[in-house]
Design a protein around this ligand. Structure first.
Ligand code: ADP
Length: 181
């Protein structure tokens, strides 16, 4: 697992993960950025996402651990084959075991789907660490533990990246890794 600084919409990986909300509305944050970069028109990508959600889940929302896959459209130019939407917990600055479990499910759901699809490289944003207000340090720690455990049994996935958007978050994430190593 590698931590990198950058914009996930510019990142080259076979799959990129979206920190979505349960209705796949892509109204802000990284979801908006991915929808815009993929389709140009955010509403068009919301429409595609909802249509795929009906087909793949049979419902109009996803639970933690459930994921929806959409085509990369323009992101194909970065080598992206799939966009995998997952929903993390809402924290609002708080953190407890329940939020940790939900985050783990969200990360694992995306990893398992990628493996199933034959993906070798996958990039994640810091799920729930933005608008959903979970402490970045906790998110990074859960991410690291979940990925390491998953990679022991993965068939196809080899490279997992956590893409941090801001310099501050990137530095905080590196610090977490150093502390737990
Ligand atoms: P959530 O609602 O799950 O918290 P957000 O989109 O608000 O999702 O934020 C998740 C993380 O993604 C935040 O750390 C935010 O800084 C980051 N982020 C926002 N835009 C991008 C981007 N283009 N590439 C990578 N990360 C991004």
């Amino acid at each position: 697992m590698k931590i990198v600084k950058g914009d996930i919409t510019k990142f080259r990986a076979e799959a990129i993960v979206n920190a979505a909300n349960k209705y796949l509305e892509h109204g802000g944050g990284v979801a908006y950025a991915i929808a815009k970069a993929a389709a140009g028109d955010v509403y068009e990508y919301i429409r595609i996402s909802k249509e795929e959600m009906k087909k793949q889940i049979g419902r109009e929302y996803i639970e933690h651990g459930e994921v929806v896959v959409t085509p990369p459209l323009k992101l194909a130019q970065n080598g992206v084959k799939y966009v995998i939407h997952t929903v993390g917990p809402y924290c609002g600055g708080k953190w407890d075991k329940e939020k940790e479990d939900k985050l783990k499910l969200a990360i694992l759901g995306a990893l398992k789907k990628a493996d199933e699809l034959g993906v070798r490289s996958i990039a994640f944003p810091a799920i729930s660490a933005g608008i959903y207000g979970c402490p970045l340090e906790k998110v990074v720690k859960v991410f690291k533990d979940t990925v390491e455990q998953f990679l022991k049994e993965a068939k196809n996935v080899k490279d997992v990246f956590l893409v941090l958007y801001s310099e501050t978050d990137y530095k905080k994430a590196l610090k977490v890794l150093k502390e737990v190593e």
